[in-house]
Design a protein around this ligand. Sequence first.
Ligand code: AMP
Length: 284
Amino acid sequence: MEVCFNTASLALIRADWNRQLQIVGFVPTMGALHDGHASLVKRALLECDRVVVSIFVNPTQFNAKEDFDNYPITLEQDLQMLEEIGIDAVFVPNVEEMYGRNQHVSSVDYGSLTRSFEGAIRKGHFDGVVAIVRKLLTAVDPDRAYFGQKDLQQLGVLKRLGRDEFPAIDIIGCPLVRDVSGLALSSRNVRLDEEHRMKALHLNEAIHEVGLSGLRGDELTSLIQGIKAKLNEIQGMDVEYLDVVDANSFEVWRSEISGAQPHVIIAASVGGVRLIDNCLVTCS
Ligand code: AMP
């Protein structure tokens, strides 16, 4: 497995694969890898001749400095995991390699996809996500790029980026992976103590209660309000949103939108750790 710290060394490898007409898969990550990341990497290995994973904690997508400062970094373990899975190359750039001296990113407006929910609460978040993924797709030049449905809104934003600016690259969404207790795997979970890890399980229960309810319209609104109020009574829990949206547009869903893919989405701070989760509405 090649470990590239700069774009120039990655470009050499990439040119070689190009000459060999290899299909290249790419999985961008921020490291602190877990089985959710591994599922993306394994899918890429199944579908491509060569696989590149990037590890880069992108400063421009953090709206809170404290969250950036506390983001877990486990590079040695990550490289070991990727070596064991058997990928071809890891791209581990530093901030200067990606941004030079100027971390300014331009603002992105994809309508409600970038303005609602995560876009509304984490100001500038998607500007940073789009900026870094644009740079990484340019540097890696893959045929396919794999992203998790765990970050459902981000997936919608990146599908739009792909369609607009990288039409030759397939942007592929992969299923959300949970641990045995049902908690959505996240690099941030290591910051949950046992008590809050238990409390975090209520997020999964809540989205499935909404998703399986079969309700629409006003009945759905009152069910959501009731669940949200109950969750907020739990000490250390602060629900930012719980709603049903169309996954393609991130507009609120209450009944039929043509071609809609209704998903229940939730974001909450649990013991000071911000978690997100989602599930498909199965009884629509
Ligand atoms: P991150 O390192 O958090 O930026 O995530 C890198 C990629 O892994 C993103 O496409 C995420 O959506 C995906 N990912 C993170 N957690 C999970 C999970 N539990 N299941 C599936 N994909 C995930």
